[in-house]
Design a protein around this ligand. Structure first.
Ligand SMILES: [Zn+2]
Length: 392
């Protein structure tokens, strides 16, 4: 969650996302018994914080004042009607809870009634957009992204704390019929849980912090710019394949091996396969730092390591570059078939090198740790390169 501005869906105690819960409650106020039925509360599942949503407290306040002036001793208030439907995509009707539009702060607007109603999907709905030709998926942060088809359409979505996908009903209604049929097949009942960067960005206009994947690409780019400024050498080259791969460098929307493999392979292409072995070699040789014979058996990653060690004068370059070596090994593991036992050992060794101490090793924790380390590594390399900027 973005820390700079606080979302209305952020718990004031523990910063977890608040969820709407429709509940009955009785209380006694100003000498009047108040009974509310299926009234929306904002609830924190983590620390137990709860509060009535503003629009509901205003209604209760109004009814209380009326009861006071009439001398009534008890009032009963019914929450919004459960079967509320809106005039969006009614030819292919989606499952949603119309009360969410009324109850979730920020969605209820006097115009476009129901447009911002959240519709929920199983997370695997996203797989199609990552794997089928013509479709695309981009993550702008860990919990917000966009899907689309060629130049024809694109819509934004969020991922909530339950790993469900949420899309506004009004967005869905604009999609072609066949796309809506597909989405409908993965549609699930509302969990009333929309907290995500998607919500804060589209409703509260709070910019999400960049994803770690974007930080990697940005810092990597900055590093090579500094290197070129100082030594006038391109030790990395970018070809069309690498440019295409950049699109796939997003946090996996689902944790299947196929998707994680796609992302790791793309990262490997951009971070390792773009290293320009022949330029690195000739730079080392022309600057009299190495002899051609000593370099002939070295592959790109080892050459890069040597270049860092010599030109940036980083004694522990192997340690600094460790995330790249791990990335390389993880890619080999995911792209090739290994016997089960060997595979388990390899995964364990990778986790060990990432200092992950866990009995149940899952791809998500390995991925998260590796990405974090890669982002820090490129940042560190930028610092080393910048130290040399002012030396002639
Ligand atoms: Zn809380």
């Amino acid at each position: 969650m973005n820390e700079s501005r606080i979302s209305v869906l952020s718990c004031p105690n523990c910063r977890s996302w608040l969820v709407i819960d429709y509940r009955d409650q009785k209380f006694y106020q100003k000498g009047i018994n108040v009974l509310v039925y299926e009234c929306p509360f904002l609830v924190c599942k983590k620390c137990g914080f709860e509060k009535l949503v503003d629009i509901a407290s205003r209604t209760i306040e109004h009814r209380l004042n009326k009861a006071l002036s009439e001398g009534a001793k008890q009032i009963e208030i019914q929450g919004p009607p459960k079967r509320l439907r809106f005039d969006y995509s009614e030819d292919i009707p989606f499952e949603y809870d119309g009360r969410d539009w009324w109850a979730i702060p920020g969605l209820h607007r006097p115009w476009d009634e129901g447009f911002l109603t959240p519709v929920f999907f199983r997370r695997k709905v996203l797989t199609k957009y990552m794997t089928q030709p013509g479709y695309f998926l981009g993550m702008s942060s860990a919990t917000g992204g966009a899907i689309g088809f060629h130049e024809r359409w694109s819509i934004r979505f969020g991922i909530n704390q339950r790993n469900e996908v949420a899309i506004w009903l009004g967005y869905i209604a604009r999609l072609p019929e066949e796309e809506r049929y597909y989405l409908r097949s993965e549609n699930i009942p509302s969990s009333h849980d929309v907290g995500s960067d998607f919500f804060t960005a589209s409703i509260e206009v709070i910019a999400p912090s960049p994803s770690p994947e974007l930080k990697i690409l940005e810092a990597r780019d900055r590093f090579y710019k500094s290197v070129f400024q100082k030594w006038e050498v391109s030790i990395s080259h970018f070809d069309n394949e690498a440019i295409d791969s950049m699109e796939n460098i997003v946090r996996p929307p689902v944790w299947t091996e196929e998707i994680v493999r796609t992302v790791i392979d793309a990262l490997n292409k951009v971070c390792i396969e773009t290293l320009d072995s022949s330029n690195i070699k000739s730079h080392l040789i022309t600057e009299n730092k190495a002899k051609a014979d000593d370099l002939k058996d070295l592959r790109s990653l080892k050459l890069f390591n040597l270049w860092i060690k010599i030109f940036l004068r980083v004694a522990n370059s192997e340690e600094i570059l460790r995330p790249l070596f791990i990335l390389y090994d993880l890619r080999v593991l995911l792209l090739h078939l290994f016997p089960k036992e060997k595979r388990r050992e390899e995964i364990k060794s990778i986790a060990n090198r990432l200092s992950i101490d866990k009995d149940n090793l899952d791809l998500e924790s390995i991925y998260a740790e590796l990405i974090d380390r890669l982002a820090k590594m490129w940042e560190k390399l930028c610092e080393f390169a910048d130290q040399w900027k002012d030396f002639s």
